[in-house]
Design a protein around this ligand. Sequence first.
Ligand code: ADP
Ligand code: MG
Length: 521
Amino acid sequence: MKEALRRAEGSSSLTSEALAHTPSAPPPPAATDVLTRWSQLLQVLRRTLPREQFETWFRRATLAEVRDDVLLLAVQNTFARDWLANYYRDAIEDAAREVLGTPHRIEFVVSPELAAGARAQFSSVDDEARASDAAAADAADTAARGPGALGPAALAGAVRGTPAEARTREPVRTLSPSSDVVLNPSYRFDNFVVGPCNRFAHAAAVGVSEAPGKAYNPFFLHGSVGLGKTHLLQSLCYALLERDAQTNILFLSCETFVNHFIAALENGDLQKFRSKYRNVDVLVVDDIHILANKERTQEEFFHTFNALHSAGKQIVLSSDSPPKDIPTLQGRLVSRFKWGLVTEIEQPCYETRMAILKRKSRERGSELPDEVARLLAERIDTNIRELEGSVTKILGYAALARAPVSPELAREALRELFTVRHGAPSLDDLMRELTEHFNVKPADLQSRRRTNAVAYPRQVGMYIARRITRMSLEEIGGFFGGRDHSTVLYAIQKIENLVREDAGLGEQIRQLEQRIRSTVS
Ligand code: ADP
Ligand code: MG
């Protein structure tokens, strides 16, 4: 089995070498033919596409096969396949017609090995072209192109960009092709708002990007959802690539790691799996808490961790909780995760929320007036993603309504935030509505009295409290005059029966509950 595996791996690396055209492993004649074709195609594509598009999408692609009327391209992953198929099919078909003289259909196969082997060949075509005719290449970059051949980014550039701009556009920074994300241009240190809640996390991430594998290894960033972990991780990667574009960064969600591992187990490909994970400069695993309860994957991750760490490679992890709170995480992983730097990203304070609202709205072309920003900052206090969503909603609403952004408009645009969605109403909200609806006093509801005039409203109160808060039966009982949990349970069951059996009463109670939910102070 092992031998077979080794042979399979050997042959795949031979293929890569053949494709890379190294002198030590001369490719067989058929392969040479395919290689020549690919070089020719690359030359045409290089001439007809903007350089950064060409470099991004064709660096890790290669020609796997030429059939009668089909060209089979090997690409590094499904993302590349979809992107090439959607945006570059026409360009490749045109190039094929030019090179081969007849129309060919383009098909794709996902093969990271073949695609990785393609790099050297790509570089030689690219270097040659640059050296031999830099001026012509530049001119070609700016030549008019059919929009069908380009991706959205290129389209934006083609529509807006002047030739000079096209050349000064940011260079492409890419993660390892096995990564399951591409770097998001809006996740940079530059547009991360720093406040007391995240200052340390931010500084630590910058520190890691300046000395990978040294000071903070692993770098473990934790915090609850929507607080900017992925943003910081991506910023870190981008900064690393800015320092050295060749840095091989594998960026994955933990889920992908788990899936790859399971697939490798099933296919008996563990060796390949291991070499993929262990031959990188930086391994980033987002949402590592997913390892909870996955014993075998934890085991594997432990070995991956050790191999990388002892080779001085940087490991970056994010999680929704600190290492010790990840359920069933093996002790030895917990202790390793704490070897380097464990940092928390906390909930943003009011000032930071204001700054984020201002910044995000400015980025979207229209800064929120203070009054509106305050309104949002007061209500959305636990999740920056939601804060961001609210800005998008309000600005979109204002644009549609062709109205200026005002507090009224904000309330209208975010109705549900100002009603149901803002967390759970408090028991005080409940008490206020209950006493008004039933015309009783709070003291009565919290007293020992059991007359029907107070017992029924009290029972309705308990029923609604259970539905709209996360309080336990004991806590609810405590609030309603120190009653025990069985009394509360009895009350809830009684009202449930009433609601079920009496449509009119049920409707009244439902409306009361709705009112309480929407009168959150
Ligand atoms: P997490 O990974 O912690 O769930 P994300 O990194 O996905 O959170 O952040 C959610 C959204 O909030 C992203 O759009 C991100 O850009 C934004 N965000 C979070 N923190 C900040 C910050 N300090 N400054 C600017 N944007 C932020
Ligand atoms: Mg995230």
